[in-house]
Design a protein around this ligand. Sequence first.
Ligand code: GLC
Length: 453
Amino acid sequence: MKMYSIVIMLIAVLSSSHVHAEEEKDPFRIMSQKSLEKLRTVEKVSFERTTHPNAQWFPEAGFGLFMHWGIHSVAGIQPSWSMIKNYPYGTDKTEYHGKDYYTLLDKFNPRNYDPDRWIEAAAKAGMTYAVLTVKHHDGYALWPSEFGTMSTKQYLEGHDLIRPYVDACRKYGLKVGLYFSPRDWGYPGYPVSMEHEVPYIHPPGRDNVKNQRDFNRFYEYTVGQLSEILTRWGKIDILWFDGMGWIGINDIRTEKTLAWARLLQPHIVINNRWGAEGDFGTPEWLMPVNAPEGWWENCISWSGHWGYSPDTPFEPNSWVMEKLVTARAWGGNFLLNIGPAPDGTMRPEYYERTVELARWMAHSKKSLIGADPVREWKKFSNVPITQKEKIWYLHVLPDHDGKLVIKDVPKPSKAQLLRTKVPLDYSYEGRKITLTLPDNSRTDLNDVIELYW
Ligand code: GLC
């Protein structure tokens, strides 16, 4: 009997040390640990917008695909917010799932996941970058993480859902973006109220000292996950944060964390949602009313709320075009969101709409993607304008009625419809161009006129 127990113990010890040795050899684990070691040496440097040559693609990127995908997709509910009573986002504020939200953990199983198809369609539609939610506020990580207890490691047999997405982006030439929400409502003890606008109160026993200690631990967990997503899949082009904070903690370590992310991925472009600093601004849902300063991007959903919205109609492509043109003429990018289905497919409308956009891009892409803004266009034109070298692109959107008038400009050498290259008549008088697009040249997307200087 005694002998028997010793053998059992020996086997247990040997097999655990075997597991241990295997884990030690795991290259992902090693990379993540090495990068965490680097964090300890990083100096807190004040943040400056990236000047890295391989980051300068961003202001010309133009059009991107945003995807909110995760356990919420199973129920087609607003990502994360729907566990909070009276949450402020989305189409139906009464929808509320409370703690039941996490019953979705066992139901998320994307067996038809096909990011290759998603990204191929996006590329054809003129999109040059993509951003996928690798972790939303609910805390579920779409890759097998060594940190925390709520990732595909525990719930999807360790499947890595990010790798195929990254590979697809690379295959079709899109820049790779990862959305990561540092704010994590699934983290035990995370300060959040489950009722919107009811302020968070520290749990009993959490005094200032303990609060700082708890935050330190949370920070270790967060940077642990970041050390994984910034090292596992090679080059990452955009890090899209979404909210960092902890009641009672003023120093959320923005500069240090951002400097460290740059150490791991020197060319990376980071948004302004860890703290207030970042390479680009992120006005959301509503388009700004004036041209913002610096690099910026507007995001909004194509259909319904941020997540999978199975029954909500898609906005038409004329709406997409209007947003894209407004952003481009003011030097911004337009990040169009869709919620993929829980099984990993996209709604058919996504493919229909992207095909239609691809048709337009085939003849007029250069007027938007890679073109520069004419930020002050409203001062002298009644249509938005972009430019490249010696050409101006005038964007005639479906709701534009009547004449195009451009004031205070020299006489152009030529005006033509970009789509057909057919020359257009115009009048030029008192430094003013007046032009009317014939009805048979109007479509329901965007009829671009080229002005040559
Ligand atoms: C807001 C919402 C979040 C969404 C994000 C997209 O921050 O909290 O649910 O993912 O906007 O920009």
